[in-house]
Write a protein that binds this ligand. Structure first.
Ligand SMILES: [Zn+2]
Length: 295
């Protein structure tokens, strides 16, 4: 699929609507054509996006983007575990000031990443604790990142869980027991184009039916994680939100449901979790629209 090329039914009134809950839209790879990236996403039914903040500067930039497109773009404010040393007792107040803004719908991304270990693990845990406290204080949900750190991640999260309103385990790529543990904690689950990778993502397919519809969210995590099975293969390795319907079709197939049903449930779930305003056409219109499959 070529980004921007309209798929049948997409973009029409009553057509499937999607929310990309994890897009690193401030990434410099989008500097040359960010407006076009947003337009291509809109053209295929991506009606809202949550722009990920992964550093204090990046969170500031995500907020600026959200301010430029009110009601369409929203931001998270947080410090990714890769940058955990950035979050000192001084800078946490700066992050708190950002996270308080109305454009910010979640604190994060925050969590633990022992796969890359770009920051010392003790610093990662400290930054994670601080951000969970911040989210609890603000009553905002958390946008969570975890890689190869499941046990410590759960331990930290369990300490704070009762104070947190909600959260999403973004870019879930793990196993059934980890999924069960997250669901048990009441988390929503973010699914990316990892599921489109026939080598690394096949284990995710049977897990899709285990996720309750009201807790399954979709994300591209662009510019990262370009779906591997796009045909024709895009010239660029850069992922973008216009590929979200492609990811949705893989998830819908794995769940044995229509893409329209997944679009409705995942959009409602994202709006509920992040408190996003709705822009849906009347339900009758959706019900009357012809069923289409565009996978
Ligand atoms: Zn992440």
């Amino acid at each position: 699929m070529v980004p921007g090329r309209a798929l049948p039914g997409v973009g029409q009134p009553g057509a499937a609507r999607f929310i990309d809950i994890g897009i690193n839209l401030g990434h410099d790879s989008y500097d040359v054509d960010r407006d076009a990236v947003i337009s291509r996403a809109e053209a295929v039914g991506v009606v809202q996006m949550v722009v990920t903040g992964a550093t204090i500067a990046g969170s500031r930039q995500a907020i600026e983007l959200a301010r430029s497109r009110p009601g369409k773009l929203f931001a998270t404010a947080g410090v990714h575990p890769h940058h955990a040393t950035e979050l000192t007792s001084d800078s946490v107040s700066e992050l708190a000031e950002l996270a308080r803004r109305s454009e910010v719908v979640a604190v994060g991304e925050c969590g633990l990443d022992y796969f890359r270990d770009f920051s010392p693990r003790a610093a990662q845990r400290a930054a994670f604790h601080r951000q969970l406290e911040l989210a609890a204080g603000l009553g905002k949900p958390v946008f969570l990142h975890q890689r190869d750190a499941h046990e410590d991640f759960l331990a930290v999260l369990r300490e704070h869980r009762k104070n947190l309103t909600a959260g999403v385990a973004h870019c879930f790529t793990s196993s059934a027991p980890e999924l069960a543990a997250y669901l048990d904690l009441g988390l929503a689950i973010g699914i990316t184009g990892w599921i489109c990778d026939e080598r690394r993502g096949a284990h995710l397919l049977p897990l899709m039916r285990e996720i309750p519809a009201d807790r399954l969210l979709l994300e591209t995590d662009g510019p990262y994680l370009l779906p591997r099975d796009l045909r024709p293969k895009p010239a660029s390795r850069r992922n973008e939100p216009a590929y979200l319907p492609h990811i949705a079709s893989a998830v819908a197939r794995a769940r044995g449901e229509s893409i329209e049903a997944l679009a409705l449930s995942s959009t409602a779930a994202a709006r509920k979790l992040f408190g996003l305003p709705g822009d849906d056409p009347p339900r009758e219109l959706l019900a009357a629209s012809p069923a289409s499959r565009y996978d």
